[in-house]
Ligand binder design. Structure first.
Ligand SMILES: [Zn+2]
Length: 125
């Protein structure tokens, strides 16, 4: 959240809830389609603006392929795993819902780091 004050408008909350409730990455039009069920007056432009804001804040990740952007709830997708035998570093997906955590502890979690240490597949034989 970069120190900038983000206004948690109803639209922003709706957009983030939709993205976080989806297991798969979504295109903006799909977010818009679902948003309209709860807020019929919301515009596609508002959905885009809020998605971009969430990407800027690091709460939603955006990936694009073939010119189509998709949005997903894995803002902090990777953590580092270090093998204590061969010391190779690899990137591991960590499914931590930071938004939920933020709500639960009522503290704004901006980022986290998690260092995993263990034995990698090659060394564990
Ligand atoms: Zn190893």
């Amino acid at each position: 959240m970069n120190g900038k004050a983000t206004r948690w408008t109803r639209q922003l909350k709706l957009v983030i809830d939709i993205v976080y409730e989806s297991a798969d990455p979504m295109i903006a039009e799909e977010v818009y389609r679902l948003a309209r069920k709860k807020m019929p007056n919301i515009s596609l432009g508002t959905v885009y603006r809020n998605l971009n804001k969430l990407v800027e804040e690091g709460l939603v990740s955006e990936s694009s392929s073939n010119g189509i952007s998709t949005f997903s709830r894995h803002p902090f997708p990777n953590s580092t795993f270090e093998c204590s035998v061969c010391h190779r570093l690899s990137s591991v997906p960590v499914d931590l819902n930071v938004l939920e955590l933020t709500r639960k502890v009522r503290m704004k979690v901006d980022r986290y780091s998690l260092q995993l240490v263990g034995v990698c597949r090659d060394c564990d034989r």
